[in-house]
Ligand binder design. Structure first.
Ligand SMILES: Cc1ncc(COP(=O)(O)O)c(C=O)c1O
Length: 368
């Protein structure tokens, strides 16, 4: 019986303390959500959208009934903001990464991706007909070696994929160096800016624009579900890339388009987050508190405290909860064995006092 098989798989997870369950949030101080700038907490979108009578359904795929003027206008505005020739909106960052990577590489092409890339990138690559290899996290030497091997085998196109801010570690990719390697070895760079959007760059444009690399990227992906407080995502690139995705990207083609009410929220978020300079400055100050032993080096609102063993991380998270602080344990198999961690997401609404308490409690876990 299939149910027995499912039960057995769940038991296996349970035995290694890795069973995932759903929990309601909101009771404790938030060190887990991606609402880095407090756009959701402070209901900023609601203010801008008050009285809007926009439809909650789009009634079809973009290729059928689901295309409308506001979604195209919003794409044009977003492309302008991010200094890109064109933009295409997706229902989620997962869909955007998965869809792009599943369709972009053809048989004989090569995709090289950072080993710590998000599941949506890896899942898309798995669907692709292209060959693929990972390179060690942020390891330029290994990436270069793999690019050299590719030159020797004369594969057709080569794509290099990385995240600007890594979702589980909070560290950043050496994007300028990677862009240099891509140019040297004639590869196309794809950057996932999910956790950089709204947070990195003078106006929250992301790391690519901060470094002036926008014209050296083949594609960029920005999500709306994190600092922007909405949901959905966008792929930025050339007009030809946009046309290609409209024709070949299955999550774009075979799914109901995002609704006008959601697009209005995204448009409103793009009016809010660029001006959130004070919030970005507060984040910087909170981030600096973590520059000490025990925490992984990270200059972004994602901080982590490695505590090997699922049980140990769960225990540390429970101790924080007793002190009204909620940071979520990230367990194996989401991260490699031995790298289980507490992932601490910082927000501009977190106070310095609470944050210092959280740090002290975590350091005590190790000492005690
Ligand atoms: C690096 C990265 N890329 C993509 C995604 C997927 O984005 P979304 O939540 O919009 O599906 C996430 C979300 O966890 C992420 O962390």
């Amino acid at each position: 019986m299939k149910e027995n098989f499912l039960y057995q798989k769940l038991q296996e997870r349970s035995a290694v303390h890795a069973l995932r369950t759903l929990r309601l949030g909101g009771e404790y101080v938030d060190y887990y959500s991606n609402d880095y700038l407090g756009i959701v907490k402070h209901k900023l979108l609601e203010e801008l959208l008050r009285g809007s009578q926009l439809a909650h359904g789009s009634t079809g795929s973009r290729l059928l009934a689901g295309n409308y003027k506001m979604i195209e206008e919003t794409e044009e505005e977003i492309a302008l903001f991010h200094d890109a020739p064109a933009a295409l909106i997706f229902n989620s960052g997962y869909d955007a990464n998965f869809g792009l990577l599943a369709c972009i590489g053809q048989r004989g092409d090569l995709i090289l991706y950072d080993k710590l890339s998000h599941a949506s990138i890896r899942d898309g690559i798995r669907q692709s007909f292209a060959d693929s290899f990972s390179f060690a996290h942020n390891d330029l030497r290994e990436l270069e070696k793999k690019l050299q091997n590719r030159s020797a085998t004369k594969e057709r196109n080569c794509f290099v994929v990385t995240e600007s801010v890594f979702s589980m570690d909070g560290d950043m990719a050496p994007l300028a160096e990677i862009a240099g390697l891509c140019e040297r070895y004639d590869a196309d760079l794809i950057v996932d800016e999910a956790h950089a959007t709204g947070v990195i760059g003078k106006n929250g444009e992301g790391a690519v624009q901060l470094l002036g690399l926008q014209h050296r990227c083949f594609a960029r992906m920005h999500t709306f579900g994190k600092a922007l407080g909405c949901h959905g995502a966008v792929i930025l690139g050339s007009q030809i890339l946009r046309d290609f995705l409209i024709n070949f990207c299955r999550p774009f083609i075979y799914s109901t388009a995002i609704s006008p009410s959601s697009v209005a929220a995204i448009r409103a978020a793009y009016k809010i987050f660029p001006a959130k300079h004070t919030d970005r400055a507060i984040l910087k100050r909170l981030i600096s508190l973590f520059d000490q032993k025990g925490f992984k080096k990270s200059a972004t609102p994602i901080q982590c405290f490695i505590l090997p063993g699922n049980e140990n991380v769960k225990k540390a998270a429970a101790q924080l909860l007793e002190n009204n602080l909620d940071a979520r344990p990230i367990l194996y198999p989401t991260v490699p064995l031995g790298e289980e961690r507490l992932r601490i997401a910082l927000h501009s609404f977190n106070t310095e006092e609470e944050t210092r308490l959280l740090i002290d409690l975590l350091l005590l876990t190790v000492d005690g």
